[in-house]
Design a protein around this ligand. Structure first.
Ligand SMILES: Cc1cc2nc3c(=O)[nH]c(=O)nc-3n(C[C@H](O)[C@H](O)[C@H](O)COP(=O)(O)OP(=O)(O)OC[C@H]3O[C@@H](n4cnc5c(N)ncnc54)[C@H](O)[C@@H]3O)c2cc1C
Length: 443
């Protein structure tokens, strides 16, 4: 795997300390559960999914619910720090930096059922697992994340990644992220050719990741000393690169400056991986075919099938029809008040990031406990989401915003509209410990 070839200036010690304190890495932080009084609750809570949201809630609720039985359901033995995958696919991190064990994050006393929910039956307060086992509950938290729909792109198969056919995708998994980096290396080693970078026609987790992959690849092309030998194109199904106007304009301009050709209203439809050819449906016109040497595929995404086939999904015609129905402020399902959501599975504007999960976990904990006490739900999610938008290897911008794209900066010393080495350091060194503190329910 390629090593990061870029030498860096030293970040100021004062800002490093401030960053550390703010992200919970160096300084003590108030425990998230500190604001919620423990309650006696002889109930059974089932949490579906032991990723970022499910694990955070298992830790939080095990601290505040006295006498409750908490069961978490997931088959996955490994816990993935997914925000690190862009660094893996960019040749900056080894993949092992993003993998830990699920068991290490689950609090003692929480039952881990190693299975997968196949069916939700909220009318009878139960979920049914793939092996037929039924789990009854008093309260249910759905934290399954989302389903990647590579199969909706004809000819695409994640097994193509790493076969030397020029196919990459940072989303497919940690092994595929590492192989994506190798595919980019091979493309660069061929000394010429065309790279195609894509956005999907659906909502996506970490909407900045496809842009980050383009920018870090551009850094690697620059580092080859022959940038002009390579063509880079970016396809957008909607005509937008990012939901927030300022960053949308910023990336458009930066692409222009860096010689990236944009094709708006193009959606990846099929791949012929042997011929290295991609077909796009183009709004208002005939399909277009592009030859490539490297393609970064970003699949369409929806809630998992089991949820789509359940009464917990938004109805057809409603906004976010392929996602879980929740009140976007309280995170409670409006039809079944003992069902809650957290994380990527939920239907709401943006908000498919671990940074959102961190905010949602606090809201959900407070509302969950209030609901058990038959009090009005006190906490409201403000739509906060965040993503360090990597603009080159060694620089990033800290993008933080709410429901309407309004900027919600957390740090007085970081300008949300400026790229900096400081934010890169934050992404590269500090967000992973902060993420793990979130899993443990500490921030
Ligand atoms: C490439 C990439 C880059 C990213 N970059 C960033 C970033 O820079 N910043 C940021 O904040 N976020 C980033 N994210 C997004 C972040 O990782 C997710 O938003 C976050 O993990 C969502 O948490 P979750 O709990 O909803 O889902 P996940 O963490 O994905 O966990 C879902 C869990 O549910 C389980 N599950 C699924 N279906 C079932 C079922 N039927 N039964 C039982 N269990 C089930 C899965 O096995 C999984 O363990 C990135 C993600 C990717 C892929």
């Amino acid at each position: 795997m390629s090593k990061n070839p870029f030498p860096f200036e030293t970040v100021s010690r004062r800002n490093l300390l401030k960053l550390g304190a703010a992200t919970g890495v160096l300084g003590p932080l108030a425990l998230g559960t500190g604001s919620v009084q423990a309650v006696n609750a002889r109930i059974h809570v089932v949490i579906v999914g032991a990723g970022a949201g499910g694990t955070s809630m298992a830790n939080r609720l095990s601290q505040v619910l006295n006498g409750a039985k908490i069961t978490i359901v997931d088959t996955r033995e490994q816990h993935y720090y997914q925000p690190g995958w862009t660094l893996v696919a960019s040749g900056v991190w080894e993949k092992s930096k993003t993998v830990t064990s699920t068991a290490d994050w689950l609090p003692s006393g929480v039952d881990w059922v190693k299975g997968k929910v196949a069916e939700y039956d909220p009318d009878n307060n139960r979920v049914i697992l793939e092996d037929g086992q039924q789990l009854g509950y008093d309260q249910l938290i759905v934290a399954t994340g989302l389903q990647l729909r590579y199969e909706w792109i004809e000819g695409m198969d994640t097994r193509l990644i790493g076969q030397g056919k020029g196919v990459g995708s940072v989303y497919a998994g940690v092994d595929e992220a590492a192989k994506t980096s190798e595919e980019i290396d091979q493309w660069i080693a061929s000394s010429q050719g065309k790279g195609l970078f894509n956005l999907p026609p659906t909502a996506l987790k970490c909407a900045g990741a496809p842009l980050k992959m383009t920018f870090t690849t551009l850094s690697r092309l620059e580092a080859s000393g022959q940038r002009e030998a390579y063509d880079v194109e970016f396809m957008t199904p909607s005509g937008r690169l990012f939901g927030v106007d300022f960053y949308n304009q910023f990336v458009k301009q930066r692409f222009e400056e860096q010689g990236v050709t944009r094709n708006d209203h193009w959606t990846l439809k099929s791949l012929d991986s042997d011929a290295k050819r991609a077909t796009y449906s183009v709004e208002g016109g005939p399909d277009q075919v592009k030859d490539y040497d490297f393609i970064h595929v970003v699949p369409p995404m929806t809630a998992p099938d089991s949820l789509l086939n359940s009464p917990l999904v938004n109805q057809e015609g409603e906004s976010f029809a392929t996602w879980m129905k929740v009140d976007r402020e309280t995170l409670q399902n409006p039809d079944y008040p003992n069902v809650w959501g957290i994380g990527d599975v939920m239907g709401m504007p943006s908000n498919k990031t671990a940074a959102s999960v961190k905010m949602q976990a606090k809201v959900l904990e407070q509302n969950f406990v209030a609901h058990l006490q038959e009090r009005p739900l006190p906490a409201k999610h403000n739509g906060y989401t965040s993503c360090p938008l990597i603009t080159s290897i060694g620089k990033a911008m800290l993008v933080e915003f709410g429901w309407n794209g309004e900027l919600l900066p957390s740090f007085s010393f970081i300008d949300p509209k400026e790229e900096s080495w400081t934010v890169w350091v934050m992404k590269e060194r500090m967000l992973r410990p902060a993420y793990y503190a979130m899993l443990e329910g500490q921030i």
